[in-house]
Unconditional design. Structure first.
Length: 146
């Protein structure tokens, strides 16, 4: 497919801009269905507006749930970006990070351990080997047609 430069009109400022053959090839490769609507200056103004502080989801009218609660570990009052579910622990940022680091260290220790030191690994291997042996040793009943 051959692409040629095209002249388009910006939806914001009404000015004309060139949609180059290279840009068209990029759009084609990415399987974009629509041509660009804005010239580069209007596009950067629009992108800059969303990057400014105060232009996040709340400024767009989307409210984020903030719930005040107590940390299940240390008891400090904290806010969380979700509604806590009954029976599930809620952690403050500090306790969450401590628990996250401890879990990551535990996972790394288990991954680095020798197979004999990994809990349950040998039992699983023995179980699978026994099951495979049982499958191979099981006699196959002849099929009879009626």
């Amino acid at each position: 497919m051959e692409f040629v430069d095209r002249l388009l009109t910006c939806a914001d400022c009404g000015g004309e801009f060139i949609f180059t053959a290279g840009e068209q090839l990029f759009f084609f490769d990415k399987q974009f269905k629509n041509d660009p609507k804005r010239c580069k200056p209007c596009k950067s103004k629009r992108a800059g507006a969303s990057a400014r502080p105060g232009a996040g989801p709340a400024a767009a009218g989307i409210s984020r749930t903030e719930t005040r609660t107590q940390c299940s570990e240390c008891g400090v009052e904290t806010t969380v970006p979700f509604k806590p579910t009954q029976g599930r622990p809620v952690l403050c940022r500090q306790c969450f990070q401590i628990k996250q680091r401890a879990h990551a260290a535990e996972v790394n220790d288990t991954a680095l351990a020798k197979p004999a030191e990994r809990p349950g690994l040998m039992a699983d291997a023995d179980h699978h080997a026994a099951a495979a042996g049982a499958e191979m040793a099981a006699p196959v009943a002849p099929v009879t047609q009626v």
